[in-house]
Design a protein around this ligand. Sequence first.
Ligand SMILES: [Ca+2]
Ligand SMILES: [Ca+2]
Length: 409
Amino acid sequence: MTHHTKLLAMAVALGLAACNPAPDADQDPQQQARTPSGVAETATPVADPVERAPGDANAAFSVEEVRQFEAPWAMTFLPDGRMLITEMGGTLHLYEAMSDSSAPISGVPEVVRVDQGGLGDVVLHPGFADNNLVYISFVEGGEDDLMGAAVARARLALDDAGGGALEDLEVIWRQDPKKAGDGHFGYRIAFGPDGLLWISSSERKEFDPAQDMSTNLGKIVRLNDDGTPAEGNPFADQGGVAAQVWTLGHRNILGLAFDGQGQLWAHEMGPKGGDELNLIVEGENYGYPLVSNGVHYDDTDIPNHDTRPEFRAPAVTWTPVISPAGFMVYDGNGFPDWNGSGFIGGLSSMSLVRVEFDGQSAREAERFEMGRRIREVEQGPDGAIWLLEDGNRGGDGWLLKLTPAGEAG
Ligand SMILES: [Ca+2]
Ligand SMILES: [Ca+2]
């Protein structure tokens, strides 16, 4: 842990608020230091503070520091148990925990590394065992220093030396248009039970694109595995990028996950206050920037969700914020009590948040204080929960393995 990180951790632990406004909670954990009892203060039907038990991390699981990576952002498991781990700077690692060996995968396209982006997500095609297809997201440069998120598909060719290469890589989706700003790319990727490809496309800190159907910014898009718009999308008749869109009115989405019923959930970083967990329903408008349970960073008010019932309200809303990043729904054997629960990493809240789903509603069930910014959450083949600690502004972050308390890691 660097000296700087220690100071930030101390500041958050003491509940100190920063004196200077920050552009985003993702960027400054001091901006919205949460209180230990901090839960939703707005009148959502499902986020009842009384019901939320404070999670005791020490009683629930052992935390093993496995290996450090430089500004890690995402990970996924291969069928053989090895992991692909992205670093924002543009390196894709193939990591084997058993031997603690790591080798870079060649063939990653050139990425633009900025404050909130670079190399992003990595996921496997549902048919990976047969086709070896992987998908990565990254910040792609354009003309006049503009940039935008892009998703590429490639064949992962592994070699006998513990490394490999991305072959036949093609960019199959892009944010449109590219923008000058360096934040809010989103670019989380998920495959649904239907085999379709879902991508979160954040609003690039420009607010209005989230409501503008001539752009695919501030949207969740639903695509075929080759990046073309999926059949039956709700705005297909508008043509252009609108044909990709499943939902709109989003801000910055750093987590997508399907629950046991096959429903898609997305969490969303609110502005100052108002982090959200949303059930993603075809054609719905989630209201940003017209409504939010938070306010703008300059303290300009944004009307709350309950003022505009035509926009879909979040299932859970957090003020103080948790700064959600990474998301998975657990279905392993290691923690049987948590089967079906969602797990969300917290950046400024330095926590792991467990969410329980009940049909179309959800609630925060537990929050584990991790003492570090959690960027990514994944389930391992043996049922362990794996986390990536955020590389605080470009530093190192630990790969962490959580196993049931009392069991050897
Ligand atoms: Ca992942
Ligand atoms: Ca508001």
